[in-house]
Design a binder for this molecule. Structure first.
Ligand code: ADP
Ligand code: MG
Length: 348
């Protein structure tokens, strides 16, 4: 690649501001960083591959933003305060316009949370972006997927399903909901959710104070809540389930309209890429947690609860939703038959 060093200096060096005078970021063989006493380092990595994790037409700005956003979202789910990040970038060519927009997307989000870029690697090949981010959490205060207990309440932040609808719009995969038939404001909202996810770092204090477990929703609500159930069941050596109520799941007006027209809940239950948080709270803390969220300006909604196998409604109802389902979806208190619903196979 032509002048790799010039490229790094021009586009990425400016993102390394914010380090202490005794720290080293970009420019040497490795970054040298101070550690925060009595804290543990949380390390996360996510790779975005063109055509797999984002449509090929995605703008360079959005790719830069999203590559960092998905990592900061993982840190938020762990209750970790972002500290710094590195970037492994594989590019087909060194187009200056593309690089400049990419660096701008990355930089805008990095500045929002004051996270310096401390190093990386630049190679030639099919467009692939890997970000590794590090964050600090007080010793033993990281929030794990494994901490959910029976009777805990299940919450999510913001709305669910916007990004999955955005992907359908971006790929024109949804003939009923073509760009023309959707209101412009809905179209923009769901495309924004897909391309510029906002990591829910605002929820970190809430989670650290009240969450028994947490995960960020990257693979879909049901899939990610299942991860909480599996890890928590393994830790506590008991079979746990989650029951969630369809009508409680918060959705935007855009998603609501599609559900109404197409009777398709798949984007809410199985769609990925929302980067909202799903977490559990001991019911004794419900009021306090909700008050705390309100004061902190974090939008949260309780959508269900954790049950142990002894509490799961009845065996016939369990069978109706599939006995292997660790997450049972109810509609007006009755099992919601996932497989009967249109759209399920899109994500199967
Ligand atoms: P080395 O050959 O020792 O691996 P490189 O030539 O790959 O070093 O990188 C030189 C410096 O630039 C290093 O400090 C590295 O961390 C940094 N760097 C390389 N690529 C990137 C990138 N895409 N973003 C940020 N820093 C980078
Ligand atoms: Mg070296």
């Amino acid at each position: 690649m032509a002048d790799e060093f010039g490229l790094i200096k021009q586009y990425f060096q400016p993102l390394s501001q914010g380090l202490s005078v005794d720290e080293t970021g970009i420019g040497d063989d490795g970054a040298v960083l101070n550690i925060v006493p009595n804290h543990q380092l949380v390390v996360v990595t996510d790779t975005l591959v063109s055509g797999v994790h984002f449509p090929e037409e995605t703008t360079a700005y959005d790719i830069g933003w999203k590559a960092l956003a998905v990592n900061l979202s993982d840190l938020a789910a762990m209750g970790a305060r972002p500290a710094f990040f590195s970037l492994a970038l594989t590019l087909p060519d060194s187009c200056p316009e593309w690089l400049s927009e990419f660096a701008k997307g990355l930089s805008d989000l990095a500045q929002l949370y004051k996270v310096p870029l401390v190093g990386g690697d630049t190679t030639k090949g099919p467009l692939t972006v890997t970000v590794t981010a590090q964050g600090w959490v007080k010793h033993n205060e990281a929030i794990m997927r494994s901490g959910a207990e029976p009777n805990d309440l299940v919450y999510v932040t913001q709305n669910i399903g916007d990004a999955a609808l955005g992907l359908k719009v971006a790929l024109n995969m949804f003939p009923d909901i073509s760009s023309q038939s959707m209101a412009e404001e809905d179209r923009l909202l769901v495309l924004r959710a897909l391309n510029r996810p906002e990591p829910q770092l605002i929820a970190i204090e809430l989670l650290k104070t009240f969450a028994s477990s947490a995960i960020d929703i990257s693979d879909g609500l049901v899939a990610d809540l299942t991860h909480i159930i599996e890890r928590s069941s393994a830790r506590s050596s008991q079979a746990l389930f989650a029951e969630i109520q369809l009508e409680k799941i918060p959705v935007s007006k855009a998603v609501q309209r599609v559900i109404k027209e197409a009777e398709d809940w798949s984007m809410v239950l199985f769609g990925g890429d929302d980067y909202q948080l799903c977490f559990t709270v001991n019911p004794a803390n419900q009021k306090q947690a909700e008050q705390f969220a309100k004061e902190a300006g974090v939008c949260i909604t309780q959508i269900g609860e954790i049950l142990s196998s002894a509490e799961v409604k009845s065996s016939s109802e369990t069978a109706a939703t599939g006995s292997s389902q660790r997450v049972q979806v109810l509609e007006n208190k009755k099992p919601f038959l996932l497989k009967d619903r249109k759209g399920f196979l899109h994500f199967d």
